[in-house]
Design a protein around this ligand. Structure first.
Ligand SMILES: Nc1ncnc2c1ncn2[C@@H]1O[C@H](COP(=O)(O)OP(=O)(O)OP(=O)(O)O)[C@@H](O)[C@H]1O
Ligand SMILES: [Mg+2]
Length: 208
């Protein structure tokens, strides 16, 4: 019987290096003999991608409605993409997951932690990531990196204060759930960020 895969999520603000790290981690895991599925939110399954277009395509959503849409997309993503992959023994790396809803809609947009926790528990049931890496860096640096990378989205266009709230919310989540979350100093060069992630990953690799 194939052993169930592990579920890793990458969180952090715009330009923190999540997508870059997702590629590097996939290489490490493949070298360790695992098959890997890289995915990202919002999106990651056909229905969730349709919701992504709705949510990122225009502004003006009521924040709770936006949190509900993100959670609906997450459930689709979980049921149609993530769980089948884990059941098939693949390791899954998701670029953003439930902590992003908590930080963006829950905190920075004011929906509140309690309502976000309720939505997450509805969307995910008992499933939680095995490991969450929170990429932390000063918001000015993240904004500069996102600009350098090219096109922006409507979240990236928000003022720095919004991004500062997001940053602090991620750090609070990490402090509340130290067993699941590891904070990575994302201001370091790419190779050092990857090394910090590898150290955090060792625990999972040794157990598998
Ligand atoms: N550790 C790093 N040091 C310097 N530059 C980096 C580092 N990590 C990523 N970058 C660069 O910063 C830019 C943003 O990185 P990346 O796209 O991985 O961030 P992201 O967190 O996925 O952003 P977004 O939330 O906007 O998708 C890219 O140009 C990338 O090459
Ligand atoms: Mg990205």
């Amino acid at each position: 019987m194939t052993a169930r895969g592990r579920f890793i999520t990458l969180e952090g603000g715009e330009g923190a290096g999540k997508t870059t790290l997702s590629r590097g981690l996939a290489t490490i895991l493949e070298q360790a003999g695992h098959t890997v599925l890289r995915t990202r939110e919002p999106g990651g399954s056909p229905g969730a991608e349709a919701i992504r277009e709705l949510v990122l395509g225009r502004g003006g959503w009521d924040p709770l409605a936006e949190a509900m849409l993100m959670s609906a997309a997450r459930r689709e993503h979980l049921r149609k993409t993530i769980e089948p992959a884990l059941d098939g023994g693949r390791w899954v790396i998701s670029d953003r997951f439930a902590d992003s809803t908590m930080a963006y809609q829950g905190d920075a947009e004011g929906v509140g932690a309690e309502r976000c926790r309720l939505l997450t528990s509805l969307a995910l049931g008992q499933v939680r990531p095995d490991l969450t890496l929170i990429l932390d860096l000063p918001v000015e640096l993240g904004a500069a990196r996102a600009r350098q990378r090219g096109e922006t989205n409507r979240f990236e266009d928000k003022p720095l204060g919004f991004h500062e709230r997001v940053r602090q919310a991620f750090l609070r989540i990490a402090a509340d759930e130290p067993g699941r979350c590891t904070v990575i100093d994302a201001s370091r060069p790419v190779e050092e960020v990857l090394e910090q992630a590898r150290v955090a990953l060792d625990r999972l690799l040794q157990a598998s």
